[in-house]
Design a protein around this ligand. Structure first.
Ligand code: NAD
Ligand code: DAU
Length: 341
C-alpha cells in the first residue's frame, strides 16, 4: 500500500539525503518535506526533488502547532521522521534559545500531532552527543545505547531533552516511537559551518583553516547516505520504544581531517591556524553500532577514504552551492571566528 512519509528538516543536509533515498528506494510512496528554511537550508538543495510528483514541500515551522496540525489533516502521514533542528554546537554556545524552542518544543508539537491524527511510526533523529564525550586515552570505550546521557553543550542538551520527551510519549501515551543516535556525518550538501565543508571551502579560496585548540579532538565519521539507510532500517525493522546507535568505527582527529582535505586539494599545511578552543569541547565520540547491525542487518558501505574523496569532489564541482551558502553566512563566520583570535 502507498505510504506517506512526513520528513521535517528535509531541506537540510541529512533530511534532504533521506528524502532523495526515499524517492529512489520507495518510488510508490509519497514524501512530504516540512522545513521552515533557516539560514542552514539553501533552497537550491531541493531543486531536483521539487520536480518529482511524489514530493511535496511545506515551508513551515515545526513550532507552529496550528500549521503543523493542518498539514497532518491534509496529508495524513503514516510515518513521521524528525530531522528538523538547530544543529550547530558553536551557535548553541553563543545563543541557545532557538535550540530549546525548535529541538524540544518543536518535537513536542510534532508528537502531539501524531497523537491527534494517528500515525504508524514517529522516528526521532538524534545524535551521539547526548552521551557526552569519552577520554582520548581510553580507545577501548564506546557509546552504547544504555550509556547514561551526560551532555556538554546547549545543543546536545536540547537533543537529549527531546529524546527523553520521545520516550515519555511512548511510555505515557503509547506513541509508536523509535530513536536513532548517529555520529558525525559528512557528504554533499552539508552547510559550510561544519568542519569538513568549512575547511574545503576555506582551502579552495586559500584562506586560513581555523582548527580549535590543538586539533586532537576525535569524531567518528559516517557517510551521510549510510546514515540514511540506517534510519530507514530502524523505521522498517526496529522495535518500537527502542534506541539504535548508528556509526561505522571511523574515528579520526580534526588535524587528520584538515590535512587530508589540504592534500586532496593540493594546498599547503601552512594554511592551518590554531585558534581558541570551543568552550566545553567534547574530546572524543565513538559509537558502538552492534545493536543496529545485529537486529537490523544494517551496516555502512562507504569507507572513509572513498567517502572523503567523493565529498571533496562534490564540493569542487558544486562551488556555486557553497557560494550561495557562504553569502548567507558571512555575519556568523565573522562573529564566531573574530572571537577566537
Ligand atoms: P541541518 O542544520 O543541515 O538541517 C536542519 C534543517 O532543519 C534545516 O533545513 C532547517 O531549515 C530545518 N529547521 C530548523 N529549525 C526548524 C523549525 N523550527 N521548523 C522546521 N524546520 C526547521 O542539520 P543536519 O546536519 O541535516 O541534521 C539533521 C538532524 O540530524 C538534526 O536533528 C541533528 O541533530 C541530527 N544529527 C546530525 C548529525 C550531523 O553530523 N550533521 C549527526 C547526528 C545527528
Ligand atoms: O556527533 C554528531 C554531531 O556532529 C551532530 O549532532 C551535530 O549536529 C554536528 O554539528 C556535529 O557536531 P560537532 O561539534 O562534532 O561538529 P563540527 O563540525 O561543528 O565540529 C567537528 C570538530 O571540528 C569539533 O571537534 C570542533 C572542530 N572544529 C569545528 C569547526 C567548525 C574546528 O576545529 N574548527 C572549526 O572551525
Amino acid at each position: 500500500m502507498r505510504k506517506t512519509f512526513l520528513v521535517t528538516g528535509g531541506t537540510g543536509f541529512i533530511g534532504n539525503c533521506f528524502c532523495k533515498l526515499l524517492l529512489a528506494e520507495r518510488p510508490d510512496d509519497k514524501v512530504i518535506n516540512v522545513d521552515v528554511c533557516t539560514y542552514a537550508a539553501n533552497p537550491s538543495t531541493i531543486r531536483e526533488e521539487l520536480k518529482n510528483p511524489n514530493y511535496k514541500f511545506y515551508k513551515t515551522d515545526i513550532r507552529n502547532r496550528e500549521e503543523i496540525y493542518k498539514i497532518f489533516e491534509e496529508e495524513k502521514p503514516d510515518t513521521v521522521v524528525n530531522f528538523a533542528a538547530e544543529s550547530h554546537v558553536d551557535r548553541s554556545i553563543l545563543d541557545p534559545e532557538a535550540f530549546l524552542t525548535t529541538n524540544i518544543l518543536g518535537t513536542a508539537v510534532l508528537m502531539d500531532a501524531c497523537r491527534k491524527y494517528g500515525i504508524d511510526r514517529y522516528h526521532q533523529v538524534s545524535t551521539d552527543e547526548v552521551y557526552g564525550d569519552l577520554p582520548l586515552d581510553r580507545p577501548d570505550l564506546f557509546f552504547h545505547e544504555d550509556t547514561p546521557l551526560h551532555t556538554s553543550s546547549p545543543y546536545s542538551t536540547s537533543k537529549a531533552s527531546a529524546d527523553l520527551l520521545v520516550l515519555a510519549y511512548y511510555r505515557t501515551y503509547g506513541l509508536p516511537v523509535t530513536i536513532s543516535r548517529c555520529s558525525n556525518n559528512y557528504g554533499p550538501y552539508q552547510f559550510p559551518e561544519k568542519l569538513i565543508p568549512l575547511m574545503i571551502s576555506k582551502a579552495s579560496h586559500d584562506e586560513s583553516l581555523p582548527v580549535y585548540g590543538e586539533g586532537l579532538n576525535v569524531r567518528d565519521w559516517l557517510y551521510v547516505k549510510d546514515h540514511c539507510y540506517g534510519i530507514l532500517a530502524v523505521i522498517e525493522k526496529g522495535r518500537i520504544g527502542e534506541v539504535y546507535n548508528l556509526g561505522g568505527h571511523n574515528e579520526r582527529n580534526n588535524l587528520y581531517i584538515v590535512k587530508r582535505i589540504l592534500t586532496e586539494l593540493g594546498k599547503p599545511e601552512s594554511l592551518i591556524t590554531h585558534v581558541a578552543d570551543r568552550h566545553g569541547h567534547d574530546q572524543r565520540y565513538a559509537i558502538d553500532p552492534a545493536k543496529a547491525m545485529a537486529e537490523l542487518g544494517w551496516q555502512p558501505t562507504t569507507t572513509f577514504e572513498d567517502g572523503i574523496k567523493r565529498t571533496i569532489e562534490w564540493y569542487r564541482e558544486n562551488q556555486w552551492w557553497l557560494d550561495e551558502c557562504n553569502a548567507s553566512n558571512r555575519e556568523w563566520l565573522k562573529k564566531n571566528y573574530a572571537e577566537r583570535k
